[in-house]
Design a protein around this ligand. Structure first.
Ligand code: GAL
Length: 692
């Protein structure tokens, strides 16, 4: 297991709480703040994010600052033992700022500057905005940097979006000068000879020209870079104000617009917001699988250190259209799943429903009715007491032997290209990542999610679906990983373009992957909806997989160039050509899958890969569908989470697993019955230690 690490120093408990907005109440309902303190205790909550949207209360007029109101709230929270994640309020600006300095408002693709409205819509480049944020952040750090309640800083809120003002376009041009140095290099990287789009002067560059795919990719990189730069400036201002606490920012799962790998390098603690929609249909298993994958990514971002589920909803979010209440068990399972995947903080949006504003109907711990007598409040309080029983888990981590690769650059490059055809739900970048991750999840194997620049050492298997854009050095590092005994799985649409979205020329998968895989993917066939293709396993293949499996709509016509053929296509003019191959390289092997496949295939495929490579499974027995098992631990103990995401009861054969239920203290072994949407967390001592 990796080193033990707690998110909050001297706090060996789960953080439990959420976004607290006393500034919505203090002006006219000060008694509510008193009542909140009482309710927080009853809800077993101990950690609150404050001041996320408080700019107007800190600075109601330019250069007029008020901090005493926040000090009082911090004192009160500290007085009752709560800790605070204090925000920088840059996510929503006051109207006086937009009025005095229109440049802080974003400009859209049509060139129209937004009026003052909503939030999360400031220009990341505007020097005025940066200056105003820096002044306020520095003052906040000076005022509250040594307040005993303040344990962490919450940078802004859900950074995202883009702006097309002149300042941003000019900053893009400067960023490009730095990247390419000469226009000749830039024109080559963008292949802008096409349609006579060659750039003659840096000032001609306009990122809205979607026909230059290399430029579109660079624009996305720039937007991510500029947002990161803005975040770094926020941190610098806090540090200039001598704040020393760790910083975090709330990510949004697999949000498409920012390369979170780069953000993860800069923040001290990883935080995520998750608002899954549970529908009481088979779809829920996809939702649980998606969450499992995104949670694994957040745990992997800091090499296994615990992360924070900093926003979630204890009930129904109003913006989801159909605001279906979370049925009994659903909320608890959702939160425990985050813990199972490494979260040490369970926090909600929001503590209390406001009386007005667009989120007045958003689920909250405290309802408009205001008491502790609601179903949701009681559930939160019960989860809080469960988390107290689970406290020994805090700081523990998960050791995975498998890593799945997820790169924003590949995703962007694929999306910015007109073709290879993106078929919705088929070869969209995330689809095969989710399916392959799910295969291992369903087989009870711990999995990390890394970027292709991540460190593969320490893993035994790397799955890199649609590694479309190959970054420099990645093919060589993958080769070394395999030569040293690792198993690598690549799929269709790998090694297609280099860093600037220019197609590689030596045959796909390019950039050195062709030799590594021992295959050449000559052509790619996109089938019409309703058309079918199949793959058939050859008798005696190394994976011992059998039978025929239907493909999705993406199939490659591949030649084996040294790789062993495990399965072939069955239909059409390329019947008999390889569909799945395995190439032995050094002490390891490289699999190449030439077709998009469904989750059932990925489950069987990963099961074979697992037994072939003798990877360790958390439970050796077969799990019923919809039941998932995860583990965390340290050198002394292992904590095993068994979760039923079905609406119905299941019985699980625990094989030789025995443990103590962390809630009841009773020993559990043999066959475990779990009702629909129920979980059990077991604790077992490591083998080397005597059983209790
Ligand atoms: C998040 C946001 C919160 C709140 C929440 C509602 O995206 O960070 O401030 O709006 O959504 O679900």
């Amino acid at each position: 297991m990796k080193n033990s690490h707690t998110i909050f120093s001297d706090f060996p408990y789960f953080a439990h709480g959420g976004d607290y907005n006393p500034d919505q109440w203090m002006h006219r309902y000060p008694e509510v703040l008193e009542e909140d303190l009482r309710l927080m205790n009853l809800a077993n909550c101990n950690t609150f994010s404050l001041g996320i949207f408080s700019w107007m209360d800190y600075e109601p007029r330019e250069d007029e600052f008020h901090f005493d109101w926040m000090r009082k709230i911090l004192d009160n929270l500290h007085g009752q033992g709560s800790q605070v994640v204090l925000a920088t309020p840059s996510g929503s600006k006051p109207a006086w700022l937009s009025k005095a300095y229109p440049e802080v408002c974003r400009v859209n693709e049509q060139g129209l500057r937004a009026h003052h409205h909503r939030r999360h819509n400031h220009c990341m480049t505007s020097p005025v905005y940066r200056e105003k944020v820096a002044i306020l952040n520095q003052k906040l750090a000076k005022e509250f940097g040594d307040h005993p309640a303040v344990k962490m800083w919450h940078l802004s809120n859900e950074y995202g979006g883009e702006c097309h003002c002149d300042l941003c376009h000019r900053a893009f041009q400067d960023w490009l000068k730095n990247r390419y140095e000469t226009l000749d290099e830039l024109n080559h990287a963008w292949w802008s000879y096409f349609w006579s789009h060659r750039i003659g002067d840096w000032s001609e560059i306009d990122p809205r020209d979607e026909s230059v795919d290399g430029m579109r990719l660079d624009w996305r990189r720039f937007v991510s870079h500029q947002t990161l730069d803005f975040m770094k400036a926020e941190i610098a201002a806090l540090r200039a104000g001598t704040a020393t606490q760790p910083v975090t920012t709330n990510m949004m799962g697999f949000y498409q617009g920012l390369d979170y790998w780069r953000f993860a390098e800069v923040v001290d603690v990883i935080s995520d917001d998750a608002y899954p929609q549970w529908k009481n249909t088979a779809q829920d298993l996809n939702t649980a699988a998606l969450l499992g994958c995104v949670h694994d990514m957040h745990r992997s971002m800091k090499q296994g250190k615990p992360w924070m589920l900093i926003e979630s909803c204890p009930d129904a979010p109003q913006w989801q259209g159909t605001a279906r209440l979370k049925r009994p068990g659903v909320y608890r399972n959702e939160m425990l799943q985050a813990v199972a995947h490494g979260a040490d903080a369970i926090m909600y949006f929001q503590w209390r429903k406001g009386r007005g504003g667009s989120e007045k109907f958003h689920g909250a711990v405290v309802d408009h009715e205001g008491s502790e007598n609601t179903r949701v409040f009681k559930q939160v309080s019960e989860l809080g007491s469960t988390l107290q029983k689970l406290a020994p888990i805090v700081g523990t981590s998960t050791k995975s032997e498998v890593a799945v690769i997820m790169d924003w650059d590949s995703r962007w490059a694929l999306e910015c290209s007109q073709g290879p055809l993106i078929i919705k739900g088929e070869n969209q970048y995330l689809t095969p990542i989710l399916k392959s991750h799910r295969g291992f999840w369903e087989n009870g194997v711990s999995t990390d999610v890394l970027e292709s620049l991540g460190d593969f050492s320490g893993y035994r298997m790397v799955i890199a679906p649609q590694l479309y854009l190959l970054k420099p050095g990645v093919a060589e590092r993958l080769r070394r990983f395999v030569e040293d005994g690792g198993t690598l799985v690549l799929t269709y649409l790998s090694g297609v373009v280099g860093e600037s979205n220019l197609c590689l020329r030596e045959g796909f998968p390019g950039g050195g992957l062709r030799k590594l895989c021992g295959v050449w993917a000559e052509e790619i066939d996109y089938l019409y909806e309703g058309e079918t293709q199949e793959i058939d396993f050859l008798p005696g293949n190394t994976l011992e997989l059998k039978g025929r499996w239907q493909t999705g709509r993406t199939c490659e016509r591949v030649h084996a160039e040294g790789a062993e053929i495990l399965a072939t296509f069955t239909h059409d003019f390329y019947a008999g050509s390889p569909a799945l191959t395995c190439n032995a390289v050094g002490k390891g092997s490289v699999y190449y899958l030439a077709a998009s496949m469904d989750t059932a295939f990925w489950k069987a495929f990963s099961q074979s890969l697992i037994s072939n490579a003798k990877l360790s499974r958390i439970l050796e027995t077969e799990l019923p569908e919809g039941v998932h098992i995860r583990e965390r631990g340290d050198e002394n103990k292992t904590y095993i989470f068994i979760q039923n995401f079905n609406n119905h009861s299941v019985e699980i054969d625990l094989g030789n697993l025995t443990g103590r239920c962390m809630e009841t203290g009773l020993s559990v072994q043999g066959r475990l019955k779990l009702k629909g949407w129920h979980s059990r967390v077991l604790c077992k001592k490591r083998h080397s230690l005597p059983e209790e």
